[in-house]
Design a protein around this ligand. Sequence first.
Ligand code: ZN
Length: 222
Amino acid sequence: MKTFIFFFGPPASGKGTQIELLMKKASFKIISIGKLLREERKKRSEIANLIKLHLDKGELVPDEIVELIIDKELKKIGANEKIIFDGFPRNQNQLTLLDNRLKKISSKDDKIYAIYVRIDSQEIKRRLGGRRSCECGSTYHIEFNAPKKTGVCDSCEKKLFTRADDNSRVISERIKIFQTEFGPIMSYWKKKNILIEINGEQDIKVVSADIENELRDLKIIK
Ligand SMILES: [Zn+2]
């Protein structure tokens, strides 16, 4: 029996941390398309060149390339493996692709669920907007991880700055992109009755316990 979990959440939802915590409870194989693309990019292949071309221009990698890479990964899945898809699928095309592939490789008793770590727009803005960075690579948060002296790096004493990604216009844009991409996918999973919503605005440990409880009820973890 195989298990497939689509793990997703908006920017700053803490999805990555939650996947890491879950890995300590059971062994899941993580399929993260972002990571796979970065790995593929390092190789000397035709696909690698295509990936480079798009990523260097700051574009999304076309679905045909994503498809090739996902197919390679799906072929490696063992009979009783538990798979987490991290941030995939992220559009209607990829959703259809994955649905078709899963129909081929999965059997009736396989488990397929989607976990959505939900935080609202205001909380995303609060979390991302408070980030401060330093040239030395240190990062802070004005609320959750403040430096000792306001606006100054603890380790090198340089002045902290707000990364371009963290300014409010960019944040609003990222939220909009997330909603446009995942809105229809979420409705689809909801209709299929496989969507598990987790309140991501709680303490990290509580969020993690909620996820574990859900998966325990579904007999996915012990
Ligand atoms: Zn510094």
